[in-house]
Ligand binder design. Sequence first.
Ligand code: ZN
Length: 172
Amino acid sequence: MPGLEDLYREIILDHYRSPRNKGELESPPATRTEGFNPLCGDEIVVYLELDTTSDPAKVRDIKIGGQGCSISQSSASMMSAAVKGKTLADVKDLTRAFKAMMSIHEQTLPGEGHGKEEAGDSGLGSVEADIPDEVNLGDLEALRGVVKFPVRIKCATLSWNTLAQCIDETIA
Ligand code: ZN
């Protein structure tokens, strides 16, 4: 379906050219975490401010710095837009859904108690089943095609791994 791929390319390029939430937050109070993908030279800096006065805690603000390829930078832009204002539980669901789309079945998501299942060779057919129904990935769906290029998957997941690390450092 070439029409869909064109649409996805447009979405990726739009986020690359006009990155959402680009910038910095004063740290502290924000937490600043850097992530690198040496395979491609991508660099992502996540600035995260949680609202811990609300219950459950929410992402009050997030800014993204860094540089790199269009996949890493557009993924970071989409990620920042997707998680802003969300609860940490929602962020975790989004992270899990995005990684499932990338065919990554990780046991390292923060606070995960039951994530010990092996990656296995689950085949592409079962990837869909791992995405929680209630999670709407929105623009992030545009990165679906990346899964066909395994060397680029780390570009797409860099911002999410950096965010997870940043959350850990914030609530530690
Ligand atoms: Zn890259």
